[in-house]
Design a protein around this ligand. Structure first.
Ligand code: NAP
Length: 292
């Protein structure tokens, strides 16, 4: 069994991006610029945004945080998005989710200029991804494919079971894997809360990608010997022994599943760091398009 070290791979990717930024500086060009909009004071979101801004600094990007209070109106948010859309100095931006219930997330996503949509969540980017056209891919799914690629894990002809059908993980990762493409060509089964015989379906999988949000959801009797397991789940569990008062759990019963796997991602340190690395890569891509 080999652990897929997402932290190591994400650092490698960050170094590659930092090298490109330093090459740009040598050519007298400005660095890429990312803006992050955050609404309210959700602890998880604040941590994610802080990590994203820190990662920008590590690779030499300029980042700007735009923070609104919980009671910001949808209109105010849409106006801010328009300002960023029209600012040629901003290459890409994201709106940290979730948003408060009085704001329509779909409306917000659609308001973003899709060329600057470095989270890859705009319907145009998602539609292009389905058609297999060049576009900005959502960060977590492309991070998963990058991990498989860098560990030499074949997807062609393999049966991949994706558990979870969210718009940010399940659907887009399944879409990438069925593409007639170098990192695709898999046979994909998407499972959700209405799926029957989940255990049997999982037992026929070469690769299982689980994005459910329930700790220890994937147990050893659902995994065949030699399978690859990718754990996307991130759930905070109260833990008084930890400095910040919680620990993070994935969706896999790691201790019992890992011995059966050929490869497995840990939580933390698996898919999570890759999401930020792919956001940086998407921002660099948007910058290059913006400079054309
Ligand atoms: P989500 O919107 O929370 O939805 C969960 C999915 O799991 C749904 O499709 C749901 O099915 C399915 N599900 C729930 N119970 C199930 C069951 N008993 N059997 C089979 N399927 C079941 O999904 P998400 O936003 O993708 O998040 C999932 C997890 O990934 C969360 O822990 C989240 O924090 C984490 N995440 C991590 C990253 C990262 O960077 N590592 C990025 C994004 C999300 P229905 O559709 O039928 O309800």
């Amino acid at each position: 069994m080999q652990i897929i070290d997402g932290k190591y791979i994400s650092n490698q990717i960050k170094q590659e991006i930092a090298q490109e930024v330093s090459n740009l500086a040598m050519q007298g060009k400005r660095p890429p610029r990312l803006a992050v909009i955050i609404v309210g004071h959700n602890g998880g979101s604040e941590t994610y945004v802080a990590n994203k801004m820190k990662a920008c600094e590590q690779v030499g990007f300029v980042s700007t945080k735009i923070a609104f209070e919980e009671d910001v109106t949808e209109q105010q948010l849409l106006e801010q998005i328009q300002v960023l859309n029209e600012n040629p100095q901003i290459d890409g931006f994201i709106v940290q989710l979730p948003l408060p219930p009085h704001i329509d997330e779909h409306k917000v996503m659609e308001a973003i200029d899709y060329h600057k949509d470095v989270d890859g969540l705009h319907p145009v980017n998602i539609g292009k991804a389905v058609l297999g056209l060049p576009c900005i891919h959502s960060a977590t799914p492309s991070g998963i494919l990058e991990l498989l690629f860098r560990y030499g894990i074949e997807t062609k002809g393999k049966h991949v079971v994706v558990i979870g059908r969210s718009n940010i993980v399940g659907k887009p990762v399944a879409n990438l894997l069925i593409q007639k493409d170098f990192l695709g060509n898999a046979t994909v089964t998407i499972c959700h809360s209405y799926t029957q015989n989940l255990r049997e379906i999982c037992l026929s999988a070469d690769i299982i990608i689980v994005a459910v949000g329930h700790p220890h959801f994937l147990t050893a009797e659902m995994v065949r010997e030699g399978a690859v397991v990718i754990d996307v789940g991130i759930t905070r569990i109260a833990d008084a022994t930890k400095k910040n008062g919680y620990r993070v759990s994935g969706d896999v019963d790691f201790d019992n599943v890992a011995p059966k796997c050929s490869y497995i991602t840990p939580v933390p340190g698996g898919v999570g760091p890759m999401t930020i690395a792919m956001l940086l890569r998407n921002t660099l891509h948007a910058y290059k398009q913006n400079q054309k």
